[in-house]
Every structure is written in structure tokens, then in C-alpha cells.
Write a protein that binds this ligand. Structure first.
Ligand SMILES: [Mn+2]
Length: 270
């Protein structure tokens, strides 16, 4: 059986990523981490920027993708978007040319994707993408996929389509229920979208989701209906029994004091 570890935004913190992998059982090989055979890592995007060593993060991940390609799923975040699509926002840091070329190669070859699906031990389907999928984007852009797997395939089919990158409140300042899966903001777009759909029509989300990019609340907040794990740095909103889990540890220039990947025992990649 497979353990799936969903790793939140890394933000250029190579040492944090390496120690998280070590805690998951990775060995320190001569060329970088070697994952144990039962482990698949899903990284939700935003590997780069903010922290001290974006280039080192990309070298580490590129090594695992080369040596153990079946055991690492790399998703695209809006920080990678600057290199594989267009720089739609300004950022004070710029990758060196080799690092930028790595991202472009991953995107062109399909090594880096926009979404992935898996099934947990209870049989629940999960969609993973950088920002999360709103109910409106699922309905109007993707054509109502009924399963996490169909949703992931529909999102990935947009990899060279402008609609994949549709921005939301984090870029424009105005909440947009049609914000795309790279940009949707948990507090103002993703959570209200599914909560309203359920409140209006009694329709539960068709699958669970795990995403990075933003968190719905501050770590010290006390929000009804939102479970905040301050140690792991996960935030879970449950809509009609279906979880939406944010895993962005929100590292800044300095790493979060504590954080962990979200681990699913006995899961199956779609
Ligand atoms: Mn992001």
C-alpha cells in the first residue's frame, strides 16, 4: 500500500523540505534524498521564492523526479507560473537561468502538472491542486466532473489554456468565485463557494480537496467550523462531511517554526 504525503508550499526553504522528507523516512543519498518504496509525495506548488534557496529546492526535487519519477507528483503554483506561463505579478526575486530552465522543462514534458487525484483508505476521492477548485469553476469551466479523478484530468487538460491561470482575489484584490485552480483563495473564494452551494442546494462537495497557496485564517484565529492544526499548519473546513484541507505552512523569509506534510496511509494515486 502507498503512503501519500502532501507537502505544502516550500517557498525556497530547501532545508525544511529535506528535513520533512527525512521525517517521512527518506534516506540521505549522495545525490539527495531517497524516498522509501511505500511513499509518494504530492507537492502542491510554490516550491520557490521567499526563502533562502529556491535553486536548491529545484535541484533537490529534480533529483527525486529523475531517480524516482513514480514517487513524486509535482504540481504548479502561481510562483512557478511566472516561469512556465507569464509573469502576471511582480516579485523581487528572480531565478537563475538553470533553475528557470528546470521549471520550463518540467512543464513542457508534463513532469509538473496542475492537478492530481487520489483515493484515501476510506474510499474518499481527493483532488490536489495549488489553490483549490471552486464550485463555480468546476461547474462552468470544467463541465461538472463527478469525481476527483475526472476533475484532475479536466484541470490538466487546460495546461496550455489561458483559463488555467484565471486569477482571483490574491492577485486582483476582488473575490471571484471563478478564480482558477492555481489562484483560488481559501478565505474569500474556495470555502465560501462550497459552503454557499451546500447552503443553497444541499449539495455536498463531490470530492475532498487538499490545496496550498493560502489559508482561510490566521494561526491564532478561532473560526467556527474551521479546524486549525497549529503544529502541522493545516486548516480544515468540512462541508457536509467532506474536507477541504489547506496545507500551506505559510513560510516567509524564515520558515514556519513547525509544520508537517499531510499524510494519507493506504492511499491510491488515481
Ligand atoms: Mn501560491
Amino acid at each position: 500500500m502507498t503512503r501519500i504525503a502532501v507537502v505544502g508550499d516550500v517557498g525556497g526553504h530547501r532545508d525544511e523540505l529535506a528535513s520533512a522528507l527525512r521525517a517521512l523516512g527518506a534516506a540521505d543519498g549522495d545525490d539527495g534524498p531517497v524516498l522509501p518504496p511505500d511513499l509518494v509525495v504530492v507537492q502542491v506548488g510554490d516550491l520557490i521564492d521567499r526563502g533562502p534557496d529556491s535553486a536548491g529546492v529545484l535541484r533537490l526535487v529534480d533529483g527525486v523526479l529523475t531517480r524516482q519519477p513514480a514517487q513524486w507528483v509535482q504540481l504548479v503554483g502561481n510562483h512557478e507560473q511566472r516561469y512556465v506561463h507569464r509573469a502576471v505579478f511582480r516579485w523581487p526575486e528572480t531565478l537563475d537561468p538553470d533553475s528557470a530552465a528546470t521549471l520550463v522543462r518540467w512543464w513542457r514534458t508534463g513532469t509538473m502538472r496542475a492537478a492530481v487525484a487520489f483515493t484515501d483508505a476510506s474510499g474518499l476521492g481527493w483532488l490536489a491542486c495549488h489553490g483549490g477548485l471552486t464550485a463555480e469553476y468546476r461547474r462552468d469551466v470544467l463541465g461538472r466532473p463527478g469525481t476527483a479523478r475526472e476533475a484532475a484530468e479536466a484541470i490538466d487538460a487546460l495546461r496550455f489554456d489561458e483559463r488555467l491561470w484565471r486569477p482571483g482575489a490574491k492577485l486582483t484584490g476582488s473575490p471571484d468565485r471563478w478564480a482558477g485552480p492555481v489562484w483560488a483563495d481559501a478565505a474569500s473564494e474556495l470555502h465560501p463557494s462550497w459552503l454557499d452551494r451546500y447552503a443553497e442546494r444541499g449539495a455536498p462537495p463531490p470530492f475532498a480537496q487538499v490545496y496550498g497557496h493560502s489559508q482561510a485564517a490566521r494561526w491564532d484565529a478561532d473560526v467556527p467550523g474551521l479546524a486549525i492544526d497549529r503544529h502541522a499548519r493545516h486548516q480544515t473546513r468540512t462541508v457536509a462531511g467532506i474536507p477541504l484541507v489547506g496545507v500551506d505552512p505559510r513560510h516567509g523569509r524564515h520558515a514556519a517554526p513547525e509544520w508537517s506534510p499531510l499524510v494519507f496511509a493506504d492511499a491510491t494515486l488515481a
